[in-house]
Each structure stands twice: as C-alpha cells, then as structure tokens.
Ligand binder design. Structure first.
Ligand code: UDP
Length: 339
C-alpha cells in the first residue's frame, strides 16, 4: 500500500513509517518540519535501509498536497498526523489550534477525494473522553464537545465529526479514527524518538531530561488523587505499539467511519512511571510533590478490546520497555535530532 503520511516526520509518524516499511508498504511524508527535523529520514534509512520521500510543506495548503500527489502518488491512503498537540498552549492560542488542526483535514480530504484515495486514518486522542464515570473508556463513552476542557481536544473531536460527515457523503472512502492514549517510548535502536522543543510539558520526556541532568527534579503534580498511590494514572502506550496499530488500521480499514482506542488498558501512576525510569537508569531521580496541575483528570485509561477484535492489534510492550527505550534514546541524543 502506498501511503501519504501528513505530519509524518513527527514523533508518531516517524515510528509509523518504520512499521509500514517493515510490513512491506510504501510511506511518503509530507511535513512542514515546524516541530521536527529532516534528520529523521537519515535515521529511518539507517534502521530500515529505505529512504522515505519527504515533501516539505504545509498540509493545510491544497497546492502543497496536490504537489505531493503529483510527485509521489497515486496513494491508496492518507494518515493525518499533522496537528498542533500541546494542551496548555491550545488554551492560550485557540485560534491557531482550530485553524491548523481543521484546515489540514479539509485540504487533505479535498485533494484526497479527487485523487481517489480509499482510506483516511486520523490521529485522534483519548482526551475526547471526559467523564471519569465512564472509566475504562470504551469507544462509546459519552462524548460531549462542551464538556472538553481545552481547544486541542475539541479540535480533535470536531475533526472526528467532519470526517464522519464527509465519509457519509463519500461511501467509497473508509475512515478510521485512532484515539491515542499516552504515547511514550522510542524505537529500540535509539535512533528515533520524541524530540520536544524547549522544556517538555509531558511527564515521560520531562523525567528523561531530569535523568540526563538537563533539568533539576521531577515535579509530581498532586499525590492526593483518588487513585491507589494518590498520583495521576494514565494509559501509557509504547510508540512502536501505536505505530503497529496504524499499520493494522490501514490493512483492515472497514467501510464507514470506525473509531478505535489505542492504549494498553493498564493504568500507570506518576510514581510507578518514575520508579520504572529509575530502574532503567539504575539510580534514584530527584523528585518532589507539587500542587495538582489545572485541568488534569485523576485517571484516564481505555478498553482496547475493539482494536484487538477488529484489527487484530494489541499493545505488547510494558512500562519497563517504554522507560528503557526512552532512556536509550535520551542518552544517545541528549540534544535531540539537531543536538
Ligand atoms: N505529570 C507530573 N509531572 C510533570 C508532568 C506531568 O506529575 O512534570 C503528571 C500529570 O499530572 C498526569 C501525568 O503525569 O497525571 C501525565 O501527564 P502528561 O502531561 O504526560 O499527559 P496528560 O496529562 O496529557 O495525559
């Protein structure tokens, strides 16, 4: 299958390109490189022996998308990763989040439909669920745009609605909505991984920077939640498991619009994640309890049973695999791709 990966040079897209190559498919990347580096192409070549074609440009621009089809098409499918993804930033910059995260979808759909793609896979998020009463989240958990706490999550749910309506009008197109839980980890080679710009907001890259000595200590945001150890629980998923989920979604795309949770189903607390990282590093890390972070839920985790039943996919990597691979990546690339 020939697949256009929009936003494909980012964290999840890079790992998906590797998994697609390993499964015998032909990925092509379209990326504006605003939050990543073209170095990923060299790294993927080192791992797989294949150079993935990269079109540098904005996936929200119809002419750019047409150019990618002209140069490297026809494509059987589009996977749409191209989006802004920082929850806190989305509260401060709602207009750029709504504009970018929706305009990319419109342009990819406009061009993709004319050029005859059969399948569209969308990077959605487990943050489209909002009610702790629904835990563990199934794909049917009540979803209400107004209940969502930030423009990032709302832009993802709005995208899901746009895609559902467009699919209904174009029954020849299969749409798959992949709701990611908390992607962490890195390729086992240590050649590709997560490379956030500036101080990371997310827990795993933050802990990695503390472990490498670039940051002083891990702040644990609240230890008085109603969870087993009082710290927040999340459904962390190894990015290579997540990447393999995209391959399965492309290979098993069903008619209509279908949503799948991609998570492990196992809640892991902040303290458990830090303890796992400490095992990987072989020493204790400096840490202290801080106030809760505004807007955080005590726990989020899913039921991944639908993806297993319908796609034949299941996450197999443990939290210790995730922290070991992040530590390996962080040690080999202390300054990220450009460092
Ligand atoms: N967290 C923390 N310290 C940090 C960053 C995050 O204790 O420096 C906690 C946060 O409160 C949540 C969990 O770690 O319980 C995961 O946070 P992250 O931002 O990685 O993911 P999200 O909250 O978006 O699911």
């Amino acid at each position: 299958m020939r697949v256009l990966l929009a936003g494909g040079a980012g964290y999840v897209g890079t790992h998906t390109a590797i998994s697609l190559l390993e499964a015998g498919h032909e990925p092509v990347m379209l990326d504006d490189l605003s939050n990543t580096s073209s170095v990923v192409i060299d790294r993927i070549a080192e791992i797989t022996g294949a150079r993935v074609p990269l079109v540098v440009g904005d996936a929200a621009d119809d002419e750019v998308v047409e150019g990618a089809f002209d140069a490297h098409g026809p494509f059987d499918a589009i996977v749409h990763f191209a989006a802004y993804k920082a929850v806190g930033e989305s509260v401060a910059q709602p207009l750029s989040y709504y504009a970018n995260n929706l305009d990319t979808t419109y342009a990819l759909l406009r061009v993709g439909l004319v050029r005859g793609i059969r399948s569209f896979v969308f990077s959605s998020t487990g943050t489209v669920y909002s009610d702790p009463a629904d835990l563990p989240f199934t794909e049917e958990a009540t979803r209400n745009l107004v209940a969502l706490s930030n423009p990032y999550s709302k832009s993802k749910l709005m995208n899901e609605q746009v895609l559902t309506d467009v699919q209904a009008a174009h029954p020849e197109l299969n749409v798959t909505l992949l709701r990611y839980f908390n992607p962490v980890g890195a390729h086992a080679s240590g050649l590709v991984g997560e490379d956030p710009k500036g101080t990371p907001n997310n827990l795993m890259p933050f802990v990695a920077r503390v472990a490498v000595g670039a940051l002083d200590e891990v702040g644990i945001f609240g230890d008085d939640y109603d969870t087993p150890d009082g710290t927040g629980q999340r459904d962390y998923i190894h990015v290579v498991d997540l990447a393999e989920g995209h391959v399965k979604a492309l290979e098993n795309a069903a008619p209509g619009t279908t949503a799948y949770n991609l998570g492990t189903g196992n809640p892991v607390s902040v303290r458990e994640l830090v303890a796992s990282f400490e095992r990987a590093v072989g020493r204790e890390l400096p840490k202290s309890v801080k106030p809760r972070r505004a807007g955080d839920l005590a726990a989020t985790y899913c039921t991944p049973a639908k993806a297993e039943a319908e796609l034949g996919w299941r996450a197999t990597r443990t939290i210790d695999d995730m922290t070991r691979d992040v530590w390996n990546w962080q040690q080999k690339n202390p300054g990220g791709y450009e460092g």
